[in-house]
Design a protein around this ligand. Structure first.
Ligand code: IPM
Ligand code: MG
Length: 358
């Protein structure tokens, strides 16, 4: 048995709190599943590191974590630093540097949780959003000129490449094919954006020809928001561009009960470089240091990480424990209508893990 090497980057705000809670849970999981073990290595990168060193991570940061089996990430963002510095200096630098082009975001209304939709609609939510994670509106291409002058200009160029679209479309088709409903919704905005988005549609159409068993439908992103609210049961796997999926996944998380439970995987499907797993909630500075952050998003993403590491049994055990805790409703954090703090939720999950296996 060899230990899974995990690079742990808590980052900013509540990131470290929820990731350390996740490390506790993974260690507990390793005690109930004897063939499972982890070697965690922590990296103190983030905004405090920036204040000390003038960069979000060391110059050879990527090389330091390139050998890890996975990266377990908290959050990045600081009220006293510009967001574009903190994000591009750490999280996006890792996603792009390791070409983690597939971002996967599952959403379900977990048992016991109440979302904003009527219960009969909310219970239909069982989605996976596949977000293109390397180009599109987040390519970082563009520029500023004529600073301070009336003719000042700022441009972000949305970059769509045949290769980029094809690989994410194939990833989404494979993922959708592995789910019972074999249903894929492709999101676009090719009525208004007539170059990149039209290429997106064309290339996706070519790829889906190789997947005759999939049912595929197409949605403009604005109409998709309505469908998610009004007909959640008509959706299963969603493929969308970087920005569209960013927005849709916040809506998904809210409909699933709370941003606090949203989880995500940034995957390099070639497995040449480590993939990165994180909760989607961000650094939440307003509650930092209070010990009340909801750690369920970081636990759910730990379950995604276990799947990626080839530990499906452990992934299921952890997900079951999360569902046991949500369905009992005794240890929920304030964002889910409870009063439990981070440590209490974590203890409840660990107790459930142990119960699951005894
Ligand atoms: C997310 C976040 C990030 C994104 C931010 C923090 C840059 O909103 O993971 O969804 O937009 O990608
Ligand atoms: Mg987002």
């Amino acid at each position: 048995m060899s230990a899974h090497n995990i690079a742990v980057i808590g980052g900013d705000g509540i990131g470290t709190e929820v990731v350390e809670a996740g490390v506790r849970v993974l260690e507990a999981l390793a005690t109930v599943q004897p063939d499972l073990s982890f070697a965690f290595k922590r990296f103190d990168w983030g905004s405090d590191y920036y204040r000390r060193n003038g960069r979000m991570m060391p110059e050879d940061g990527l090389a330091q974590i390139a050998g890890a089996d996975a990266i377990y990430f908290g959050a990045v963002g600081d009220p006293n630093l510009p967001d574009d510095i903190t994000l591009w200096g750490l999280r996006l630098a890792i996603c792009q540097g390791f070409d983690q082009f597939a971002n996967v975001r599952p959403t379900r209304l977990l048992p016991g949780l109440v979302g904003p939709l009527r219960p009969e609609l909310g219970q239909q939510i069982d989605w996976v959003i596949v977000r293109e994670n390397s180009e599109g509106e987040y390519a970082g291409v563009g520029g500023r000129a004529h600073r301070g002058l009336p003719i000042e200009v700022g441009m972000d160029v949305a970059v769509f490449t045949r290769t980029g679209i094809e690989r994410i479309a194939r990833f989404a088709c494979d993922l959708a094919s592995g789910r019972p409903r074999k249903l894929l919704t492709v999101v676009t905005k090719s009525n208004a954006q007539r170059h990149g988005m039209v290429l997106w549609d064309e290339v996706v159409r070519e790829v889906i020809r190789d997947y005759p068993d999939l049912t595929v439908d197409w949605m403009l992103v604005d109409a998709m928001t309505q469908r998610m609210v009004n007909k959640p049961g008509s959706i299963d796997t969603v493929l969308a561009t970087n920005l569209h999926a960013d927005i849709l996944s916040d809506l998904a998380a809210a409909l699933g009960g709370s941003l606090g439970i949203g989880s995500t995987a940034n995957i390099d499907p070639s497995r040449h470089r480590p993939s990165m797993f994180e909760p989607i909630h961000g650094s939440a500075f307003d509650i930092m240091g209070k010990g009340i952050a909801n750690p369920l998003g970081s636990f759910w993403t730990a379950s995604l990480m276990l799947e990626h590491l080839g530990e499906p049994q452990a992934a299921r055990t952890l997900m079951n424990a999360i569902e046991v805790v949500t369905s009992r409703r005794e240890h929920l954090s304030p964002d889910l209508g409870g009063s439990a703090n981070t440590a209490e939720v974590t203890d409840a999950i660990i107790a459930a893990l142990k119960g699951d296996n005894s």
